[in-house]
Write a protein that binds this ligand. Structure first.
Ligand code: GUN
Length: 286
C-alpha cells in the first residue's frame, strides 16, 4: 500500500492557506518567506521555483533573491542582516549547496534562529535535541513523521524505528522527532554491522542514505511502515534516466504494510513543511 505524499502535502497546504487567511484577518500579518539562491545550479533553480510558486499559492508573500556564483561571503552575510531586520520577512531560506568559497555553517548561523525555517541553525537543532517546542524543525524529517502517522495513526509509542542515515538534515532530526513520539529509535549508517537484520526488526523504517534501491524486500519486516527519503536518478536504456528511492520499491511494496513511493512520497512534503514553518514563525514572532 502506498502512502500518497502528494495528496498529504496538498491537504497540508490547504489547511495552511486557511491559517494564513486567519493570521491576516486576526492580526494583519501576511507570512513572508525569502529564498536566497547563490549561483545557477540547475537542480537548485527547480527547487527554488517550486518553493516560490507554492508559497504564493497558499497566500503568503514570496521573495526571491538571486545572487551570482561569485558573490562574496560578506555580501551574502550583509543580505542576511537586512532580512533578519526586516519585520515583513518571517522566514529565510538559503538554498544549499553554496559555492565552495562560502562557509555554509557560518551562513546558517547568521540567520536569526526565529527566521530559520529550514531548522538548520544550531539553536534550532539544540532545541530539537532538548525536546523544546520552540525549535523550528527541519522540513523533510517533519514530512517523514507526518507520513508515518498518516498510515499508523497519531500514536507511534513503543514502535521500533530504524533510521538508515545519520545526516544533520534528515537522519539525526528524524531520529529525535521519532524519539519524541516515544518510539524506540536506532540510527544505522554505513558502518553498522548486521544492517539487514536490524532493518528487518523495524516497525518504522526510514531510509535516508542516498544509495539507489539499497534496501531490499527481505530487509523489511512484514507489515512495516517504510518511509523512503532517497531521491536518486539512475540511468535507463532510453537515456532519460529514472528517479528511484533508497528502497527497492518493487521488492519492498508487497512486504511492507505501507511505503512512500519515489517520486510522490516524502519529496512533496518538504516544501509543504517549509510553508508550515514559515506560518509558525509568523505566528510566533510576527
Ligand atoms: N537543498 C536541497 N534541499 C534543501 C533544503 O531542504 N533546504 C535548503 N536550504 N537547501 C536545500
Amino acid at each position: 500500500m502506498n502512502i500518497d505524499g502528494k495528496a498529504v502535502a496538498q491537504e497540508l497546504r490547504q489547511s495552511l492557506a486557511i491559517e494564513v487567511k486567519q493570521l491576516q484577518d486576526d492580526r494583519g500579518i501576511t507570512p513572508g518567506l525569502t529564498v536566497i539562491l547563490v549561483g545557477e545550479d540547475p537542480a537548485s533553480q527547480v527547487y527554488v521555483r517550486n518553493k516560490v510558486r507554492q508559497t504564493k499559492e497558499v497566500g503568503m508573500i514570496s521573495n526571491e533573491i538571486r545572487m551570482p556564483a561569485d558573490t562574496s561571503q560578506q555580501a551574502l552575510l550583509e543580505e542576511l542582516t537586512k532580512l533578519n531586520n526586516d519585520p515583513a520577512v518571517h522566514g529565510i531560506l538559503v538554498q544549499l549547496p553554496l559555492p565552495k568559497h562560502i562557509d555554509e555553517a557560518l551562513v546558517i548561523e547568521s540567520i536569526l534562529p526565529e527566521k530559520d525555517v529550514d531548522g538548520f541553525h544550531p539553536m534550532n537543532s539544540g532545541r530539537l535535541a532538548n525536546g523544546d517546542a520552540a525549535a523550528l524543525v527541519p522540513c523533510t524529517p517533519q514530512g517523514c513523521v507526518i507520513l508515518a502517522k498518516k498510515h499508523l495513526g497519531d500514536n507511534l509509542s513503543g514502535k521500533h524505528a530504524v533510521i538508515v542515515g545519520r545526516s544533520n538534515i534528515v537522519g539525526k532530526p528524524v531520529a529525535l522527532l521519532l524519539l519524541q513520539e516515544n518510539c524506540t529509535v536506532t540510527i544505522a549508517h554505513s558502518r553498522t554491522e548486521n544492517l539487514t537484520d536490524l532493518c528487518a526488526s523495524a516497525d518504522i523504517l526510514v531510509a535516508a542514505v542516498g544509495r539507489p534501491e539499497m534496501i531490499k524486500g527481505d530487509w523489511i519486516k512484514p507489515g512495516a511502515t517504510v518511509i523512503d527519503v532517497g531521491i536518486n536518478r539512475i540511468a535507463t536504456e532510453d537515456g532519460k534516466g529514472r528517479l528511484v528511492g533508497d528502497v527497492d520499491y518493487a521488492e519492498a511494496e508487497p512486504v511492507a504494510g505501507a511505503i512512500t513511493p519515489v517520486p510522490g512520497g516524502v519529496g512533496p512534503m518538504t516544501i509543504a513543511c517549509l510553508l508550515k514553518n514559515t506560518v509558525e514563525a509568523a505566528r510566533r514572532f510576527g
